[in-house]
Design a protein around this ligand. Structure first.
Ligand code: GLU
Length: 322
């Protein structure tokens, strides 16, 4: 039988925080419980934002947390390389395939004409408002004239019909393709977008189970449309709620003391952190230390707490009690 394959795919633009730890732990537990294969992939395609020292620190933090991988940048594997900046020819090939199938078009709109251009992975807000399709129907003559003045971005034509999927945590989710809009697969500065790169890589690496943070839920219909256009079988998707504080505010961006590096520095033991995460996600009844390995049996897909997975003051104090 084909083994299930999962991955953790951090962007090294900062230190891993407690929310990343939860996503990494959940997808690792899911795969280890299923006796599958787990890969680490560094998503450094956005070069100006990525730094090798964050990638190295991230690898170290994950190992500290008790998470290991069968394939990754440090050990290779049958789908190497596991670093996006070394995989660009694959993105080029996918783009050519989309171009040949008439699924993309050049877009000459400038950043100031639009609210923003999509490269960042995190949700509708970072994608900006749905692109109104201004450049979708340009004639060859118009394209030629604009081309002389500006290198275009390349946009993917989103299908008009609804895109629905069964999310492993959120259940049945449906999006309106039109409302999401045509998104950028290659930016005017030649950078491939997260949406294209992650789809090409998950597909090429035979990933069967994508489990990641709920901030990427809105990316999934876009990626599903890309799988379809590239003629590839999509993996199953599950999005784990974000870690929030008692007032429902997202912790990841706000609180620097909740990076893995600073928790380590504060003397927190890894089994306390994994024990706390498992308890917050509802995998264990009691708040007690438990190593990642000890939690493999306990894992089950989290129930979806509407407002997120809450790091209460009580749990935080327990955690910091070393
Ligand atoms: N690289 C993305 C991030 O750090 C995650 C990609 C994914 O899991 O699909 O947010």
């Amino acid at each position: 039988m084909m083994k299930r394959r999962g991955r953790f795919a951090p962007t090294p633009s900062g230190e891993l925080h407690i929310g990343n730890a939860l996503s990494a732990l959940a997808s690792w537990l899911q795969i280890r419980q299923a006796n599958g294969e787990f890969a680490l992939r560094i998503e450094d395609i956005d070069k100006p934002r990525s730094r090798p020292e964050f990638a190295a620190q991230g690898v170290d933090d994950l190992l500290w947390l008790g998470i290991d991988w069968d394939e990754g940048p440090d050990k290779g594997g049958r789908f190497a390389p596991y670093v996006q900046s070394e995989r660009e020819e694959r993105y080029h090939a996918a783009l050519e395939q989309l171009r040949a199938a008439g699924k993309v078009y050049p877009c000459y709109c400038s950043r100031s004409e639009l609210a923003s251009i999509a490269s960042a992975p995190h949700g509708l807000s970072s994608e900006g408002a749905a692109y109104p399709g201004l450049c979708r129907h340009l004639t060859a003559e118009e394209q030629f004239q604009k081309e002389a003045k500006k290198t275009p971005a390349i946009r993917f034509i989103m299908p008009h019909e609804p895109i629905a999927f069964q999310d492993g945590v959120a259940g049945w989710v449906q999006y309106d393709g039109d409302a999401l809009g045509d998104f950028v697969v290659k930016r005017a500065d030649e950078m491939f977008s997260y949406q294209l790169a992650v789809t090409v890589d998950d597909s090429a690496m035979g990933i069967t189970d994508v489990l990641r943070g709920a901030d990427l839920l809105d990316s999934t219909p876009r990626q599903l449309a890309l799988y379809e256009a590239l003629g590839q079988q999509p993996p199953s998707f599950a999005h784990i709620p974000l870690v929030v504080d008692e007032s429902g505010e997202r912790l990841s961006k706000r609180d620097k003391s909740l990076t893995l590096a600073s928790l380590r520095q504060a003397g927190v033991k890894p089994e306390r952190l994994t024990g706390a995460l498992a308890h917050m996600a509802g995998w264990t009844e009691r708040l007690e230390p438990a190593t990642a390995r000890e939690l493999i049996k306990a894992y089950h897909p989290p129930r979806i707490p509407g407002s997120g997975i809450v790091l209460t003051e009580r749990i935080l104090q327990w955690l910091l009690n070393k």
